[in-house]
Design a protein around this ligand. Sequence first.
Ligand SMILES: [Zn+2]
Length: 433
Amino acid sequence: MHAQDKDTDKTRGRAGAAGPAARAAAPGAGRLQVLQRAAGNAAVARAVAEQRRESAEVQAEENVQRVTNGVTPVQRAAADGTKESASPVVSGAPVIQRAVWTYNASTRTHDVMGGQRSGVWQEDGNPQHIATSAQLGAGAQAHHGDKYDDATGRHFGSGNVAFSQRGAIPDTPQAHRDGTAYKEREAHVRQALVETKRRLATAITMVSASAAPSGRVLDALRSGFPGFQRATPQQIQPLLAHVAEVLRRIQTGLDAEGAQIALAGETAWYDLGALGSNQANVAGWVAPTVGERLNPHDKKSEKLPTMDAGREGAINLRSLGENVWYIVHEATHRFAGTLDYQYSPYEHELNEDRADVGTAQTLGWSQQKLEEYSADRLGKRVARDADQYTGQDESAHPAKQLNWYAMGPRALMNADSYAQFVVVATGGTLPRR
Ligand SMILES: [Zn+2]
C-alpha cells in the first residue's frame, strides 16, 4: 500500500505469482476445472508447453545478452574468487552449460572442536554435484535456499534481510504442519525473495538493452504498461530508462544490508501503522509518509509522483502477499515511490483465457472459431485515452479493467504495472491480446 485513500494492498481474488492452489481459489475456477476435466488434459498440456516455451525464450534472451556482452557463459572464478577474471569468449572454446546452484545449509555439521562447517551448494537438477562457496566464488554469507548463477556469477540471497513478526501468528503444532506458523512463513518468503531477485536481475537486463524492445520484453512492456500498446518500439525505447531506474532501485533496496520484511498476522488495534490490515484479502503494505497522509497525490493528474517519496520501515506481508508479484509490488512502493493507480486485471484475464481455451477444447473448435468467440473479451484489452482514467483504484470488474487500460503514462509509477511486467517478462503467462 502506501496509498493515500487506503492503506493496504488487497488481492481481491488474485493469486499473483502464487502457486496453483491459490489460483484454484479464484472466482470462476470451479467452472474452469469442470471444463478442463471435460476437455481432458489437452488444455493443461498446452498451458504447460506454453510455460516451457516462455522459459526457453527468456533463457535465449539471456544467452543473447551474454554473447553481446562478450562474457563466457560459464567461466568459473579464478582461485582468488573474484569474477573480474572472466575472459571473453574465444572462438572454438567449448561452451559449458549454465548451472544454477542452491545453498543447502542443513548439511552443516559441528566438528569435534565445536566449530561449524559451512553448508554446501548443490547444482539444480544434479544435487550430487556439490561445491563450497569458495569454489564458486559465491561469498561467505550464504543462507539456506540462496541461488548462485554460474553464468552471471551472481548470488541471489536472503541473508541480508532482517525478518520480523508483526502481530499475532499462530504457533501450534497444526500451524507448523500447515505452514502458517512464523518459522515456516519466513522460510517460504526467503524462497520467494530469492526468486524475486533472480527475476528482477533478468528483467533489468531485458530493459537495459540499447536497441528498441522486441519479442518477449515488448509484449511484457505492453502488458504491464498498457499505454505502450499505442507506441512503436522506437517510441518506447527512451522510456525504458525510467522503467530500469525503478527496477534498479528496488533491486538495490532488496539487496541492502538490513532491509526489512515483516510478516504480519493479526495486528493489534493500537498498531496504527497496520490499520485496516486485518481484512481477509490484504496482501501487504508499506507505511506512507506523514506528508503523503496529509497531502495525497492527485491521481487524476498525469504528473508523475517523485521516486524519492522518503518512505521508511518494513515491507509488510500477509500470507496472500508472500510471492514474487507482491514482493515486487511492495518494493516499488517502499524504494521507488510508486502509487496504486490501478490494480491489474491480470488474474481475471487469465481466468477468461483458461475458460475460452477450455470451451474450445471441449467443443473441438478451430483457432478461428476461438478467436471469433473471444473477440469481445480481447477487444476490452486495448489501451484507452488517459483522460478516461477515473482517478481511483477501482476494485471490481469491469471498472477495474477499463481503468487499467486508461492509465496512460501513470502506469510508469503504478506498483502493479511493475509486478506484472517482471512476472510476465520472466516466464509468467501473458494474457491473450
Ligand atoms: Zn500497493
